[in-house]
Design a protein around this ligand. Sequence first.
Ligand code: CP
Ligand code: NVA
Length: 310
Amino acid sequence: MAVNMRGKSLIEIHHLSLEEIYQIFDLSAALKQDRLIGRKHHVLEGKKLGMIFSKPSTRTRVSFEVGIYELGGTGLYFNQNDLQLKKSESVSDTAQVLSRYLDGIMIRTFDHQDVIDLAKYGSIPVINGLTDLHHPCQVLCDLFTVLEKRRTLRGLKLAYIGDGNNMAHSLLHGCSKVGMDIAIASPSGYTPADFVVKESQENAKYMGSKIEILEDPIAAVKDADIIYTDVWASMGQEKETEERKKKFMKYQVNPELVKHAKEDYLFMHCLPAHRGEEVVNEVCDSPNSVIFDEAENRLHVQKAVMALVM
Ligand code: CP
Ligand code: NVA
């Protein structure tokens, strides 16, 4: 049965039910197929999506802009520097003003609380396009990609190697929601936030899946169906790049490490990839790699999210 998601914000995967997640996947698959055969949709005819960016972006920016256009609506891009937001105007006033012009907001910013507040004080759906804490659109698309490739999610094992960052957090939420096992290997001091692990453990308990927070990348990758990694220094951490390179060297996804996974493992990365750091070309460009299908799916999955919530 269809779940009504109209008006709902997408801030964290943790806030979605399993039914809502699969509804997004079903619609993503249909929209992907329709795009392939040239069937057009106008479900968001006349709707305006404001897209606020305080950090750079290739995939998120282009896929949301193309996505809203393909559904009959319009995307308006704002660099945060162009807006009064958090300079001479509060998040709550901005939320109320933008709600009078727009039908939805997609925001990429630093502080997760700003996204929560935009949704709280505004009256239109807010979509999190990445914060320091979470990247839910990316992980919905990642899980959809795995579902396409493996026809199932429950019971698979994903190994995430690297920084316990926004990607690790959303993967913890996402995998545990759908009943996938997840093993995270990070150097000490760079593990995911305890409260996100706890929230995910509740999901995993309900679904009967497993969460492991480890230091050893080989142990994490053992028998994995999916190997996932992300940059060692995220946007906003550029000053730590050199220090992190030293600490994360053991966490490079290379041919030595992937030997410990299942032979037909999928390699995934949210991109942009820093080739030669967290991953090497031999893995990135191998037949196991699905990174560009994953990037493409941002478009289909976000179209589904916009169609459902806007
Ligand atoms: N994966 C991702 O969000 O890419 P961008 O930073 O290019 O949007
Ligand atoms: N962890 C990365 C993800 C980029 C999509 C960052 O926040 O920069």
